[in-house]
Design a protein around this ligand. Sequence first.
Ligand code: IP8
Length: 243
Amino acid sequence: MKRSRLRILKIGGSVITDKDENAFEKLRQNALEEVCRAISESWEDLVVVHGAGSFGHPHVKKYGLNPLGASKVHLACLRLSERFCSALSKFGVATLPIHPLNFYTRISGLECDVGYIRRAVDSGFLPVLHGDVIFGRDGIEVLSGDDIVIHLAERLRPSSIGFATDVDGVMVNGKVVEKLSAEDMEKIGDEGGSRVDVTGGMLKKIQKVFRMSYRCEIFVFRGNYNNLKRFLKGEKVGTEVIL
Ligand code: IP8
């Protein structure tokens, strides 16, 4: 099958929100604008997924996932999605917010209408998804933005995937490496996560990436303006994951 020009970009929740232990729905406004400015300069053939940050993880801990709790978690995720998409819109980006609770299920596996995302991109929109709660086989569960990225990559076959995080790349033996292969797995540090995370830090992200059934260029890097520009231009940035 022909490889597309599509890129998938995950903006970690720790890039655009404050995930310190006591932070609750705290946006990093300057960082958000930096991210949105970089995206607005190159958003054709792109799908963006952002994490929940302090608009989701503390809520899962505080409210749980019973219907009322899940509803509160989802509403907080919507608030972050709205802030993110409105900021992108101010920079002239035709964002199309997609909310996983109404779009994804995980009954016998993760499922969504991928054709809808392809149509949105082909029609000149930037689809923006996010970590959320969804219906699973046994009730409501958390869906991480990383899982969305892997699921979409296996179906949309992008040319590259970027994980913008709050660290410079993946640490092996305490140092950020330029290239990371499966053999480095046991030596990976768990930097980049946070104690408030309910979906796991760097190690879990990398484990998911290595389990992906599709090969393309993958980079993990600090989500600042320059790095995002480099990724969106197709340049190497941060740590390249070699599958
Ligand atoms: O921040 C988590 O998504 P992530 C979603 O991408 C919730 O791991 C609701 C905590």
